[in-house]
Ligand binder design. Structure first.
Ligand code: GRF
Length: 233
C-alpha cells in the first residue's frame, strides 16, 4: 500500500514533527511527510524538516489581508504537494471554517490535555492549578471550534506531587510523541473512522491496567480493570 502523504503545520519547536519524522523513517510505517509549513520563518521545526530532507514552506499570516486568504494559501500548498492528511503540530493559528471543511476528517491536531478538559492555551499550568491527578494528551480530528473534534488517541499521564507547569509539560510531551505517530498510523491503515462524530478504531484491544493516582496505599500496582473484576466477584 502506498504511504499516506502528510502535510505538517508548525509554528515553533517541532518536537511532535520530529516524532513523525522519526516514525516515517521506518520503511514499514504507512505514512510519509511531503511538506512542512510554518507560519514563522524562525521555527525550529523547519530545521528539523530540512535536516530530514523534507520540503518546507514559510507562509506568514502577516503577509495576508485576512484569515481566509492565509488559509487558502496553505490549503493550495498542501493540495499542490498532494497531501492526504494534514497534521497540526504546535501550529499556533486558528484555521477558519472553510479550511476545516475542505480538509474535514483529513485534518488532525494534538493537544496537551485529556480533551475536552483544558482546551486552549497554558493547558499544563491550568491542570496543575486545578489539582487534577491525571492529565495527558489527545489527538483528534479538527472541527471549527478550538480543540474540538472526534478523539482518535489519548494518553493518560499522572500529575505528580510537586509538579510545576514545566515538569508536567515535559512528561506529557513524552506521551505526545507516542500518541501522534500512533494516530497517524491508525488513519493510514484505514483503522480509524469517524462514525457519528466519534472515532471507531478497528481491531484495537481494550485498555487494561488503568491508572490510579495516588496509587493504592497497599502498594499493589493493580489496574482499575482488575479492581472492577474483583468487585463483581
Ligand atoms: C505540544 O504540546 C502540542 O500538544 C501543542 O503544542 C505543543 C507543540 O510542541 N499543540 P512541538 O512544537 O511539537 O514541540
Amino acid at each position: 500500500m502506498a504511504a499516506l502523504r502528510l502535510g505538517v503545520l508548525i509554528s515553533g519547536r517541532g518536537s511532535n514533527l520530529q516524532a513523525l519524522i522519526d516514525a516515517c523513517a521506518d520503511e514499514a510505517y504507512p505514512a510519509e511527510i511531503v511538506l512542512v509549513i510554518s507560519n514563522k520563518a524562525d521555527a525550529q521545526g523547519l530545521k528539523r524538516a530540512q535536516a530530514a530532507g523534507i520540503a518546507t514552506l514559510t507562509i506568514s499570516h502577516r503577509d495576508y489581508a485576512d484569515r481566509d486568504a492565509f488559509d487558502a494559501e496553505i490549503s493550495a500548498a498542501l493540495g499542490e504537494a498532494g497531501a492526504q492528511l494534514v497534521c497540526l503540530a504546535g501550529f499556533m493559528r486558528l484555521l477558519g471554517e472553510a479550511f476545516v471543511e475542505r480538509w474535514r476528517d483529513r485534518l488532525i491536531n494534538i493537544h496537551p490535555s485529556l480533551l475536552p478538559a483544558f482546551k486552549g492555551l497554558n493547558t499544563q499550568a491550568r491542570a496543575v492549578d486545578a489539582g487534577v491527578r491525571i492529565s495527558g494528551c489527545t489527538v483528534h480530528f479538527v472541527r471549527p471550534a478550538m480543540d474540538d473534534g472526534p478523539i482518535i488517541v489519548q494518553a493518560a499521564v499522572p500529575v505528580l506531587a510537586g509538579d510545576d507547569e514545566g515538569a508536567l509539560a515535559a512528561r506529557i510531551l513524552v506521551a505526545e510523541h507516542k500518541a501522534y505517530p500512533l494516530a497517524v498510523r491508525l488513519i493510514a491503515e484505514g483503522r480509524a473512522r469517524v462514525v457519528n462524530e466519534r472515532v471507531v478504531i478497528d481491531g484495537a484491544a481494550d485498555v487494561e491496567g488503568l491508572m490510579l493516582n495516588p496509587p493504592d496505599p497497599s502498594g499493589k500496582r493493580h489496574g482499575l480493570f482488575e479492581l472492577f473484576e474483583r468487585a463483581k466477584s
